[in-house]
Design a protein around this ligand. Structure first.
Ligand SMILES: [Zn+2]
Length: 502
């Protein structure tokens, strides 16, 4: 029976609903009076890899009610059978740093193996609205922090219409009344189940150290709520460098007790990346709850109108106009075109991260893989938005052998789940392949998995990601996205205060 059905699985995939009944009846006929349980879905005969238990063996994965219900050494029966022979069956990837939180972005993330997409760096201004807008309409699981830049935009009446401030909220110290309002908004977001607080300190140079310490103290009042930080400064130039920026954050974490997560350590660290990684390791050895992440590219992307490009950016970033790329036209910028586009506003690509900083960050055992993707709803952006996870598996693991496969998977699954599980206990059932875990599963071909997007063409789906299941529902079959299927669920901390009493 196993042999008979194997050839049928890929074709079944395309016509899944129509053929479900037929397959189910075939199975029942084939098994006769057997009392073997029939699962909703069986992922058959793949190499199952679980970074938590270390399991690395051929198994059938039986899924029922959205959960992993069995890991069979012998064939299991399923109403739907996905043939994973020769493929790796891994926990679905958890992306902690995804600014693209809309249907087009999700449709590419899931084909890069992502089953949970989280906006934690900058976060969102309105936590209730974020979850309400996505409930029942989203292919992958979703979640967010409450935004410190967003709280500043609102409290300081900044004219920005994006997640990053452009006026007073970027550059000016808050008055005592404004600071109280910023903290009130953050407190409210945490009470409503935000996964932590998002800080983009390089985008809000006007936020004083005293204000930021109070933000940490606000987070620390909520069980397990980390502060996710884009550091205040970059690189190794004295005196405002990435070391002093990380020292400020480690001090605030220590003083307040709030856990700390440093985003994209290599694009803040630049040449100083190995030093920053050593600081994170040392802080952990001495008992501080601090984690970090990186993306596998040597260019970043941000808004050209942001405070990052205020006077002196060439020195801070160690680059000049020609290292900036305007993705709409793929042109490298000059002083003239920079000034013109800064007035217009929009996404710009910065070629600024040294290759050895990328290497150090991606191969460090400390870092989770997180994309920092920000695909625009119109389809422009950095290729990391659509190719991060396949790029690590294809280029760093297979081609260059810079990482072993289990270590790479750990960075994409278990590390992010562990970062969040003190805040949202439901995360204990993600990032793992074990009985009882959520059936978020990514099945890929280790021989062909590869990113396809480039700076000029960021809308190329990754290759080699064969099947993706979210809460037990197949959403990618034979590399193709199924339309109109929305099994994604909110990843949200327990709500502390009912909406009605706000
Ligand atoms: Zn950032």
């Amino acid at each position: 029976m196993r042999r008979n059905l194997e050839g049928r699985a890929p074709r079944l995939a395309h016509r899944l609903p129509a053929l479900l009944a037929l397959v189910a009846s075939t199975l029942v006929a084939a098994c006769g009076a057997s009392q073997q349980p029939v699962y909703d879905v069986v992922i058959a005969g793949g190499r199952v890899m679980d970074p938590e238990s270390g399991l690395d063996a051929v198994r059938d994965v039986g899924i029922r009610g959205g959960k992993i219900a069995a890991l069979g050494e012998r064939p299991l029966l399923g109403k739907t059978r996905l043939d994973a022979k020769g493929l790796v069956v891994a926990p679905g990837f958890i992306d902690m740093h995804e600014h693209g939180q809309h249907p087009l972005a999700y449709s590419y993330q899931v084909r890069d193996g992502v089953t949970t997409s989280l906006e934690l760096e900058i976060g969102v201004p309105d936590v209730d609205a974020f979850y309400a807008e996505r409930e029942g309409k989203t292919v992958v699981n979703f979640g967010a922090t409450v935004s410190h830049p967003g709280a500043r935009i609102a409290a300081m009446h900044d004219p920005s219409t994006t997640l990053l401030p452009t006026g007073d909220a970027a550059r000016r110290n808050a008055t005592p009344a404004e600071e109280a309002e910023i903290l009130r908004r953050i407190e409210h977001g945490l009470e409503r189940g935000a996964l932590g607080v998002g800080l983009g300190l390089q985008y809000t140079p006007g936020a004083s150290r005293e204000e930021i310490l109070e933000v940490f103290r606000t987070a620390a009042k909520h069980p397990g709520a980390p502060v996710f930080v884009h550091l205040r400064y970059m690189g190794l130039e004295e005196p405002t460098n990435a070391l002093t920026a990380l020292q400020e954050m480690l001090g605030d974490a220590q003083v307040s007790g709030a856990p700390l997560h440093v985003v994209h350590i290599h694009s803040s660290g630049l040449k100083a990346t190995p030093i920053l990684l050593g600081m994170v390791a040392g802080a952990r050895e001495h008992g501080l709850d601090v984690t970090t992440e990186a993306y596998p590219y040597d260019a970043g992307e941000t808004l050209i109108e942001s405070a990052l490009f205020d006077d002196g950016w060439q020195t801070v970033l160690g680059i000049t106009y020609g290292d900036l790329e305007w993705p709409k036209t793929n042109e490298r910028l000059t002083a003239e075109s920079f000034a013109r586009y800064r007035k217009e506003g929009g996404e710009v690509i910065l070629h600024f991260i040294p290759a050895d900083a990328v290497e150090a960050a991606i191969t460090s055992p400390l870092t989770a893989i997180a994309s920092d993707g920000g695909l625009e709803p119109v389809g422009t952006g950095h290729p990391r938005a659509t190719g991060t996870f396949a790029r690590v598996l294809g280029r760093f693991v297979r081609e260059r052998k810079a990482l072993d496969l289990m270590t790479a998977l750990r960075k994409m699954t278990l590390l992010p789940a562990q970062r969040l599980e003190k805040r949202d206990p439901a995360m204990r059932d993600k990032g793992r392949i074990r009985v009882g875990a959520d059936a978020d599963v990514t099945v890929f071909d280790p021989a062909t998995v590869e990113d396809r997007s480039t700076y000029g063409h960021p809308l190329e789906a990754s290759a080699g990601i064969r099947f993706v299941l979210v809460n037990g529902v197949p959403v990618v079959i034979d590399g193709k996205l199924r339309d109109g299927v929305f099994p994604g669920k909110p990843v949200r901390a327990p709500v502390e205060r009912p909406k009605a009493t706000e």
